[in-house]
Design a binder for this molecule. Sequence first.
Ligand code: ADP
Ligand code: MG
Ligand code: ZN
Length: 474
Amino acid sequence: MDYEAVIGLETHVQLKTLSKMWCGCANEYGAPPNTNVCPVCLGLPGVLPVANEEALRLTALTGMLLNCHVARHARFDRKNYFYPDVPKNYQITQLAHPSTEEGYVEFEFEEDIAKVRITRAHLEEDVGKSFHFDRHSGVDYNRAGVPLLEIVSEPDIRSADMAYAYLNALVNILTYGKVSDCDMEKGMVRCDVNVSVRPKGQTELGAKIEIKNMNTFSGVRRAINYEVDRQIRTLTNGESLTQETRRWDDIGGITETMRTKEDAHDYRYFPDPDLMPFEPNDEWMASVAEQVMELPLARKRRFISDYSLPPGDAEVFVNDVALGDYFEPIAKASKSPKAVANWVINNLRAKLAESNTDIEDLKFEPEGINELIRIVESGKISSKIAQEVFSEMFESGKSPGATVDEKDLAQVSDTGAIDSFCDQAIAENPKSAGDFRAGKKAALNFLKGQVMKLSQGKANPNLVGEILEKKLSN
Ligand code: ADP
Ligand code: MG
Ligand code: ZN
């Protein structure tokens, strides 16, 4: 029997705020343990939380970027459980009235556009981190109360590779929106992976296995591949699967049972009486909407269609937003946007990296690139000389026209001058000349190269070819 995998992801993303969700402690990575803490995030009796507006704003912005409905009435609930890393003995989250729900993400996958629906994206707080030593354990509460966004997908994902592509697309969008730095190494993105399999064609979902707390995307991909195989094998053997939570052993490359449905917690959720519902007004919603920018996929499609760029070039301008923003106005003013892309990607980008320069600090005017392209197209300079002119422009800010005149770099199209260089090249290389006359067409390239050398790269190469050929066929 043929099976298909069904996968849904719950992704936790740390929001990029200066302070924590309910107090003024810094939202900062790497500080010494328990230095970014206060009575509020330590859950001491008698304290009251105050919601961080920036976190609410980033949540609404994410909702808009993920095509979600942004709630005009959102609420916070307490999820109760007893564990050392939750100092209050409950975690504040959003259950019945999340900030945003019902959206989707589109991304490129296997030469096509895939779409994964988003069930909801709700705000919650992070908890502390436990450490286990030889004789004792410790908890660092620096992370307790840090704002997290939990983004829950519908079970629309059908393979490990698709999950991987979805996660990358999500991280791209969130980084674009400056919602989160999404630094995996700092644990800013973690996800719970839900996997089931079912016979192809069946609409009913199979028993769901949840793999908790994955913190690398490659781990997610491996865990799904393992789990799909394991589940299909189990069913093929005639055994059945029941809902359970499993843990991924990255070194062993396997998943193992953590808890079954029977030990599922009852979190006794209820609305947090210390926090008012959040009911943003029109003005607030409009101010968030103003910050919605073009998404990576839309930008890529636009660069391809507006400037006839190959996908690879468009990709460069999607990944390096500043470079793409620099390219656009120049391309708009040009008849050959592809040539502009070549200069920007092949030459400018390399120079910027080489000299460790920011694109804002360029010495030359952006129009210089179009001027350079026009000079090359007119035949006034060769593309080789153009490189030299570009370097000069990059270093001194001088316009290409000025450099060509000053350094006398204009291509020699004067037939008389080229004529004598050709005669000289033929005289000095009788063997190549003979070869060409005997039918070895490739010998012409060598002679052409000699003429270019004699002219210090300034001879018009097309003219050189024509003249040489004429002379040799006489
Ligand atoms: P729970 O209440 O256990 O958290 P949810 O129904 O809220 O479960 O779903 C949690 C995540 O699991 C979502 O991302 C959802 O898409 C996914 N999911 C639900 N059922 C299945 C299934 N049978 N197979 C794979 N993923 C599933
Ligand atoms: Mg869940
Ligand atoms: Zn605090």
